[in-house]
Design a protein around this ligand. Structure first.
Ligand SMILES: C[S@@+](CC[C@H](N)C(=O)[O-])C[C@H]1O[C@@H](n2cnc3c(N)ncnc32)[C@H](O)[C@@H]1O
Length: 247
């Protein structure tokens, strides 16, 4: 099966997934939604701040299921850039089964830069680095700002890729962004085996967030070992989920 995303363009210029019949991000304030659902619920940008003035410090590891247009990555990079020194390096790991080509990303980033000029620099650096040879099961790595902000993009199915990460990254992820289309439209991204992998890749203090509050997602994450709370959503979204591994 092809790994090319099947999209159509909305009148607003934003991409929509024909394959999953769902939106990549909210068409009514996508940036604000990302800031609220993913950054705020995981404690960013405050967690970027380094508590001591040590030069050598472990990177914060953020992992995302469903990289899509990269909006969550771009907003995270923007807030990291805005954080004054001293700050921690970031290692951003994302999984994507249907990666965008450079041509499609360039079209989307023209729109992002118009709507959200603050994303101009993050869009530019990611687009410059983007590779068009994102084959299934390949790993794409790039780094920015003197290697202090790294991206590792795993191309493939989320559950398969996360379980393959386990030997090297067990108990190492600090924060999860779960962004895999609506659970009813894409159950592969919301299965118990995946929740169990998330838990095994996490450690005490790890946080997670997602835009969905579906009961089976909540129960699955709890069964895996996370403490889960429902949080009021933004705009039309009534509730979202925040989770953590209690220390
Ligand atoms: C809601 S979109 C993600 C939006 C994205 N975070 C953004 O900022 O644009 C969900 C993403 O999950 C990807 N996806 C769908 N099924 C997948 C799977 N089984 N494994 C990995 N990625 C998958 C889709 O291709 C899509 O890019």
């Amino acid at each position: 099966m092809s790994n090319i995303p099947d999209i159509k363009w909305l009148a607003s210029g934003e991409p929509y997934s024909e394959q999953f019949q769902d939106y990549y991000f909210s068409t009514d304030g996508g940036l604000e939604e990302t800031e609220y659902v993913f950054l705020k619920q995981n404690g960013f940008p405050q967690r970027f701040i380094q508590s001591t003035d040590h030069q050598e410090t472990a990177a914060i590891k953020i992992a995302e299921t469903g990289f899509g247009t990269g909006l969550n990555f771009l907003v995270t990079l923007y807030h990291w850039l805005q954080t004054p020194e001293p700050k921690k390096p970031v290692h951003y790991i994302a999984v994507e089964k249907y990666p965008f080509s450079k041509v499609l990303l360039s079209r989307i980033y023209t729109l992002f830069s118009e709507q959200w000029p603050q994303l101009d620099e993050p869009c530019r650096v990611l687009l410059d680095a983007w590779s068009d040879s994102l084959n299934p099961q390949s790993v794409f790595k790039c780094s920015f700002f003197k290697q202090r902000f790294k991206l590792m993009l795993l191309n493939g199915d989320a559950q398969q890729e996360l379980s393959a990460l386990l030997p090297q990254h067990k108990q190492s992820i600090d924060a999860w962004y779960l962004d895999g289309f609506a659970p009813a439209r894409n159950p592969d991204m919301w299965q118990q085996a995946l929740f169990n992998s998330l838990y095994q890749l996490s450690k005490p203090g790890t946080t997670l967030s997602t835009f969905t509050a579906a009961g089976f997602v909540r129960r699955g994450l709890i069964d895996a070992g996370f403490t889960i709370n429902k949080i009021p959503g933004l705009g039309k979204k009534r509730e979202i989920i925040r989770g953590e591994i209690t220390v």
